[in-house]
Design a protein around this ligand. Structure first.
Ligand code: TYM
Length: 331
């Protein structure tokens, strides 16, 4: 059976981008047709300036939201990364396979490093090695497919390269994974800056729809989305990025093709209104279930505990084998 692994980083509240680009598909498709693991990758949240209590709170919230989005512990494994030591163990081994040039070429590293320096901070070494830890997350489980948004493609490519290199140098230990993306919604843009990705840690709050935003907040954010100066409604990512983003969000919510949908609209106002309502309806059941789960913390604890136990059992033999292959003693 196809093995799927994907993760989400608790650096902020989950967004509509996370949902449309990744989480919805994990729940609707991946968990039903594959042997899937979904992970709150809390160790990745320490790569930039962080508050320990907030990371713990956001990890819990992310895990609860994954369950609220429909991940079913009977069908897939849901866990928190730091509860499974194999990720860190394998990451070090892969650091001995990756090169520093490879790590420095990562677009997200370059962008985030500039941002940290602009804020007057220093860049943590873990920000550079982050994609290697991500490769460890993926390779530890013999993953075939990694369902992610567009922004993670380069990181999954690195995981592929490291798997191939390790296997060639030290003997067959890893499956070579590939990234998969949703047809629509793989890159949801910030509503106020439609040429930048809608990211959970960005500063432009009004341009980000969070999964736990109240319906009226969602409506306000979408009605105030920056559009373009033209009048006709067409789908053109380059010339009309704001409009294209709204059409893509609507298409992702309702199914269909953004280009075809554009033909149904004569005004920006009508498009915004329909998009806002579609998003409100999309989030309604997730928010309802989230509230129920918050009232039952013992259930969430139990899911995460048994998820971590299961994940450990799956990762351990492969990581031990990689240790032995590279010259360490294990097990
Ligand atoms: P993260 O936490 O930034 O995002 C989680 C998932 O959401 C997708 N995503 C988006 N998709 C569409 N539009 C957007 N605006 C948008 N923003 C985020 C991301 O592509 C991702 O699929 N490095 C990863 C976490 C990670 C991981 C892994 C993923 C760590 N280890 C192993 C897969 C496998 C990250 O920062 O995702």
């Amino acid at each position: 059976m196809t093995r799927v692994f994907s993760g989400i980083k608790p650096t902020g509240h989950l967004t509509l981008g996370n949902y449309l680009g990744a989480v919805r598909r994990w729940a609707e498709v991946d968990q039903h047709r594959t042997d899937a693991l979904f992970c709150v990758v809390d160790m990745h949240a320490l790569t930039v300036d962080h508050d320990p209590a907030r990371v713990r709170r956001l990890s819990r919230q992310a895990a609860t939201l994954l369950l609220a989005s429909g991940l079913d512990p009977e069908r897939c494994t849901v866990f928190v990364q730091s509860q499974v030591d194999e990720h860190a163990r394998l990451s070090y081994v892969l650091e001995c396979v990756a090169t520093d040039g490879e790590a420095r070429r990562m677009i997200q590293y370059k962008e985030k490093a500039v941002r940290e320096r602009d804020r007057g901070g220093s860049v943590r070494l873990s920000l550079l090695t982050y994609p290697v830890l991500m490769a460890a997350d993926i390779l530890a489980y013999g993953t075939d497919e990694v369902p992610v948004g567009d922004d993670q493609t380069q990181h999954v490519e690195l995981a592929r390269d490291l798997a191939v290199r390790f296997n060639q140098r030290y003997g067959q230990a890893f499956v070579v994974p590939r990234a998969t993306h949703p047809e629509v919604g793989a890159r949801v843009m910030n509503l106020q800056e439609p040429t930048s990705k809608m990211g959970k840690t960005d500063d432009v709050g009004p341009g980000i729809v969070y999964l736990l935003d109240e319906p009226d907040v969602v409506r306000k954010k979408i009605m105030r989305a920056v559009t373009d100066s033209g009048r006709d409604v067409v789908h053109d990512r380059v010339a009309r990025p704001g409009l294209a983003n709204l059409l893509e969000i609507l298409a992702a919510c309702e199914g269909g093709d953004p280009g075809e949908l554009s033909g149904a609209y004569r005004s920006y106002g009508a498009l915004k209104k329909d998009t806002a309502e579609a998003v409100v309806e999309l989030l309604r059941p997730v928010q309802r279930r989230h509230k129920e789960l918050c009232a039952d913390p013992a259930y969430v604890d139990g899911v995460l505990r048994s998820g971590a136990e299961k994940a450990r059992g799956m990762a351990r033999p492969r990581v031990d084998a990689a240790y032995r292959a590279i010259g360490l003693s294990a097990g």
